[in-house]
Each structure stands twice: as structure tokens, then as C-alpha cells.
Design a protein around this ligand. Structure first.
Ligand code: PMP
Length: 352
């Protein structure tokens, strides 16, 4: 830290992203990317747009907003795009949390939430999940603040049914509930259509997982037009060109190529079920994941030891140095070939 760093950030602990080795020598199952390339149509549109990079991108993201509104059945004034959903989540913490409205989220959830809260200098309360890592809706009723729920949750993959989320949203119309649906396309129920019933609901999604555009950085929120206007006030006060031209074009292509989207997400769900069954047969204990990752522990080997041994064998998974998570690893569901390498490595390690 330099001596010039503002005192307001002195205690800020930044988010630690999963390792990103650039040499491709690893089977990379640690950051929940898609094993599939982006839709060929998305790639073609992005490539065409590369020749126009001398111009700024459209700050209103009109083409993308129109495509998303069409796809999701919402109005064009009910969507806002960001440079990844992380940017949108950051705007939501800034816009809807303060001393009067602390951020509220589970003790085990997406690790960036505490960073967003600290960076925006808003108080936050972590509500412990039940012993089995499920979220108890009752714990969220009558609590004052702005609620953030990852559904499916990370890193457990456990999803709440839509009617349970609705109970939380409906219980207090004067409290914003942000549902982070980064992994919803892998088998959970989306709350997008509830935005027309509740003006205090914001749903956030990403193109990084089910639409294979993690490197493009694209995410969005849908919600009541007034909530979206608030987020746009922050967006235009931060970076009106937050979505670059190539990513915007790729995003339109990805939304228009529904067949490819369905093919990829369904294939990942099938692979997830196969690998979950094989891991269970090897003695692993897994949560019931509705995401593109598995969350697994084994009574015979500690989480960190398994992570390190897998790394030695060229397989990267994600281990979290956090209470209640030490025993586990989060394993991205990759291609069948990648998962076979993982399973082989696991068998060797358990046999040692
Ligand atoms: N929410 C959750 C629950 C996540 O796991 C992630 C991915 N790390 C994100 C949001 C952010 O994804 P992105 O910024 O790539 O859209």
C-alpha cells in the first residue's frame, strides 16, 4: 500500500479470483467457465464489429437491450447491461445499500458480496445457512436491509424454488431483493417473470457461464423500470461505454442463437449428473447442484489435500479457505473428456 492510498480503502480486502494459468497446461475446472466456445453466430457478429472499434460503443446498448427484452419477455426499460454481472452487482450494492439499508446475504455464498459491501462502505449482515447448506427462508423474513441471494447458490449449487424466493420478495415490499441468477440456466427456476409482479425485485444474470462469454464480460439486470433507471444513473456516472462493441455484438448473437444455448446447457447438465454419480460411487458426499459445478467432499481426504494433489496431476479445481468450506472442493463441469481426466486423477489419488 502506498502512503497515498485513501484511508477509506485501507481495510479493503479484494476478491481473490480463481487461478487463471495462461499456458493451458491444466484441465481447468476452477472458475465455472463453459467448456464450449461461444455460439458461432456470436463469434461472427463480434468479428464483424472488430472493424468498427475506432468508434465508441452505444451507451444505451440498444441492440442488446432489444434482443434481451425480446428473449426474456420484458420491456426495454426493464434491462440494463454491465461489464460482467459483477459490475451490475457492484452498482446494486452502491445504489440500494447504505447505513439504513445494510446488505443481507448468506454466510456461504458468492465471495464478492462482502467485497462489494466493503468497497461501497455499507454495513452487511451474513445469515448462516442451515447445516446442510440450504437457505432457510424464515431467516430472511422481517430483516431490514437489501437482500442478495445467489440462486443457485455458489459454491454449493443448491437452488431455492421460485415460490420460496417469492416469499422473501413479497414479505416486505419496501425492501429490495437482488436475485443473482448466474447459474440459473443449469436447472433452477428463474424469477425474471416476477419483476412484473414486484417492483422491489432485481434479477441479475450473466453471459459468462451458459452463454460461453466469460472473456467478453457481459451481464445484466432485469427489474422494474425505476430500479433500472437507478442502476443506469450509476452506470452513466461510472462508464457509459461499459459494454464494448465486440461484446455487445457477441451478446446479440448469443441471445439469437437459442439452439446453441440449449445444446450447451443441456449437455453440461447431463455431464454433471454422470460425474456426480461417479463421484458418489467413489465415496464423495455432494450437494444437490443445479449449477455448472459440483461441490464435493470425501471422508478419506481433506479438501485442501485433494485440491493440491489434483493440481499436481494437472487438474485445477477451486478450494476455499473459509470456515464451513475447508472440506470441500468446487469442481466446474467441463467437457466429458475433461471430466474423465478428473475422475481418473481422483481414482489415483484415492488409491494412493
Ligand atoms: N454471481 C455469481 C454467483 C458468480 O459465481 C459469478 C462468477 N464468478 C458472478 C456473479 C459474476 O460473473 P460475471 O462477472 O462473469 O458475469
Amino acid at each position: 500500500m502506498s502512503r497515498f492510498f485513501s484511508a477509506k480503502y485501507k481495510s479493503l480486502t479484494p476478491y481473490t479470483p480463481g487461478e487463471q494459468p495462461q499456458d493451458r497446461q491444466f484441465v481447468k475446472l476452477n472458475t465455472n467457465e463453459s467448456p464450449f466456445p461461444p455460439s458461432p453466430f456470436a463469434v461472427r457478429l463480434a468479428r464483424e464489429e472488430a472493424g468498427r472499434l475506432e468508434l465508441y460503443s452505444d451507451p444505451d446498448c440498444k441492440s442488446l437491450v432489444a434482443a434481451a427484452a425480446d428473449c426474456l419477455g420484458v420491456g426495454t426499460d426493464e434491462v440494463v447491461f454491465g461489464n460482467g454481472s459483477d459490475e451490475i452487482l457492484g452498482f446494486a450494492f452502491a445504489a440500494f445499500c447504505d447505513g439504513e439499508h445494510p446488505a443481507i446475504f448468506a454466510d456461504i455464498t458468492y465471495g464478492f458480496y462482502t467485497v462489494f459491501a466493503e468497497q461501497n462502505r455499507v454495513p452487511y449482515t451474513e445469515i448462516p445457512l442451515a447445516e446442510d447448506y440450504t437457505l432457510r427462508v424464515e431467516d430472511y423474513l422481517g430483516v431490514r436491509g437489501t437482500v442478495f441471494i445467489a440462486n443457485p447458490n455458489a459454491p454449493t449449487g443448491i437452488a431455492l424454488p421460485k415460490r420460496e424466493i417469492e416469499r422473501i420478495v413479497a414479505s416486505d415490499p419496501d425492501r429490495v431483493v437482488v436475485v443473482d441468477e448466474a447459474y440459473v440456466d443449469f436447472g433452477a427456476e428463474s424469477c425474471v417473470d416476477l419483476i412484473h409482479k414486484y417492483d422491489n425485485l432485481l434479477v441479475v444474470q450473466t453471459f459468462s457461464k451458459s452463454r460461453s462469454l466469460a472473456g467478453g464480460r457481459l451481464g445484466f439486470a432485469v427489474g422494474n423500470a425505476e430500479l433500472i433507471r437507478d442502476l443506469n444513473t450509476l452506470r452513466f456516472s461510472t462508464n457509459p461505454y461499459n459494454v464494448n462493441r465486440m461484446t455487445m455484438a457477441a451478446g446479440v448473437g448469443a441471445l439469437r442463437d437459442g439452439d446453441y444455448f440449449d445444446f450447451c446447457r443441456k449437455k453440461i447438465m447431463r455431464t454433471r449428473e454422470r460425474v456426480a454419480a461417479e463421484l458418489r460411487a467413489l465415496g464423495f458426499d455432494l450437494t444437490d447442484s443445479c449449477a455448472n459445478f459440483l461441490f464435493a467432499r470425501h471422508a478419506g481426504i481433506g479438501g485442501k489435500a485433494l485440491y493440491l494433489k489434483l493440481k499436481e496431476k494437472g487438474v485445477l479445481v477451486r478450494h476455499f479457505e473459509k470456515e464451513r468450506l475447508y472440506d470441500y472442493n468446487r469442481i466446474t463441469v467441463g467437457s466429458d473428456e475433461q471430466m474423465d481426466i478428473l475422475l481418473q486423477a481422483v481414482r489415483e489419488i484415492l488409491g494412493e
